[in-house]
Design a protein around this ligand. Structure first.
Ligand SMILES: *Cc1c(COP(=O)(O)O)cnc(C)c1O
Length: 236
């Protein structure tokens, strides 16, 4: 199956999942998770109509930006970002979805101030509380929002969920429901630098369930591009 055929199939499944729970399919964006796929594959996904691209690694982001790979679509950062690399990401992407610590939030805010911009971000939640994953705990989000005014050069657009890998539908429903509840709780929060509108959750294995639980953005890699070839990847 070609990238274009895959995107069309995923769109149809996204629409079906939305309609099944009484939602407007237009509310849900498709983010192509482009890690380990080259500029040519990224261009095909954009031509096929994905809403945005999500990149995981700074090195790949920088290389593909230099190749104009993302022309025609917004680009997001969705991987773990080290504080010493914020300069290479802030101001270069439309949204940093993977803000996983207060330390990183502070570093992004500082760099945005230096550049004279406001950087849109999502707070990443380690909703399955897995030791191997980064992200805020579910209980950290509300207290953090109470002091978000300390970071005037960022704008919080919502949350990104990193749940456990799921292989069967239904497995992550409880985590997606919990994410929805947190997003409702912070939506009530008003502030100059808060505009909660995005709940980024759902990947190749579970995006219909995520949509049923209120996701507004699914991040799909394998189902668009095919399995990633980790054997070819010299950086791991
Ligand atoms: C790779 C990745 C995805 C997509 O995963 P697939 O299972 O290939 O769809 C989504 N989000 C993040 C943060 C990723 O790193």
């Amino acid at each position: 199956m070609s990238i274009a055929e895959n995107v069309a199939r995923i769109r149809a499944e996204m629409a079906a999942a939305a309609i099944a729970c009484g939602r407007d399919p237009k509310e849900i964006k498709l983010c192509a998770a482009t890690k380990m796929n080259d500029a040519n594959a990224v261009r095909q996904a954009i031509a096929a109509g994905v809403d945005c691209c999500g990149e995981n690694r700074v090195q790949e982001l920088t290389a593909k930006l230099a190749e104009n790979a993302y022309e025609g679509a917004p680009v997001h950062f969705i991987g773990h970002l080290q504080t010493n690399k914020v300069k290479q990401v802030v101001g270069k992407v439309d949204l940093i979805q993977s803000v996983d610590s207060e330390r990183l939030l502070r570093a992004i805010d500082k760099e945005a101030e230096k550049q004279g911009i406001t950087q849109d971000i999502l707070l990443e939640v380690n909703i399955g509380e897995e030791a191997s994953k980064s992200g805020f705990g579910a209980d950290d989000i509300l207290p953090l929002m109470e002091k978000i005014g300390e970071f005037p050069n960022i704008c919080v657009k919502g949350l990104m969920a990193i749940p456990p890998i799921s292989h069967n539908s239904g497995e992550n429903l409880k985590f997606f429901q919990k994410m929805w509840q947190i997003s409702v709780d912070i939506r009530a929060k008003k502030g100059d630098n808060v505009m909660v509108e995005c709940l980024s959750m759902g990947m190749s294995g579970d995006y219909p369930d995520a949509i049923a639980c209120g996701s507004t953005m699914v991040r799909v890699g394998t189902a668009i591009f095919g399995a990633r070839n980790y054997a070819k990847d010299s950086s791991r």
